[in-house]
Design a protein around this ligand. Sequence first.
Ligand code: URA
Length: 234
Amino acid sequence: MILNDKNQNNTINEELINSYDNEYIFSNKPINRIKTNPKTGDKISLLQNLKDQISNIDNCDLKKNASKIVFNDGSLNSPIMIVGEGPGQKEDNLGKPFVGDAGHLLNKMLNAINIKREKVYITNVVNYRPPNNRKPEPVEINRYSDFLKKHISIIDPKILILMGSTAMEALFGYKIKISKERGLWKEIIINNKTYITMITFHPAYLLRQPDQKKCSWADLKEIRKKIDELKLTI
Ligand code: URA
């Protein structure tokens, strides 16, 4: 145990020690020590609040050109959160992420490791369809990454899966290349919490480059292995 200097009565250095452990709160005060996960009801209202914030975004070319917001799909309490790039035409029509061709491939990829799509939580970096399905501009990615980080904190997943370079850039910046970074477990700290993260190819990219599916399959097997190691119920 890490203690402050002797003059302070063996007071625990709370700030430091709490930065190491996410499940247990160290404190010398009589407090509730077990950190509880956000309750489903809290998540619903926090998500609604976040959705409202995004809906109120000003001066956004994405919002101006899209027909509606595409916010999320899946289970709010899932240990797995998937982040894609942004809605396409079908998603813009239906208001739901990953429901077009890329979405069908995503469903198959999840099925291949015994996960039903409805058991994961899915969102995108940008919540409005980019005109002509263009890649979001860096300034748009940066702007929406603030919302994305809030979104991740609310869902609080055990494993974060970033699909494609836009999702990677939103959280890890522009200095890295997906071809080098995919398939590796990384840690990212968001609002003082560390998330285990895997970057992998986007299903739309796999539809254009089917020879890359073998890499993707290796990543999926790694994800399955981690789920089993962490004994996650999914
Ligand atoms: N591609 C994405 O990144 N997200 C979607 O929702 C659909 C296609």
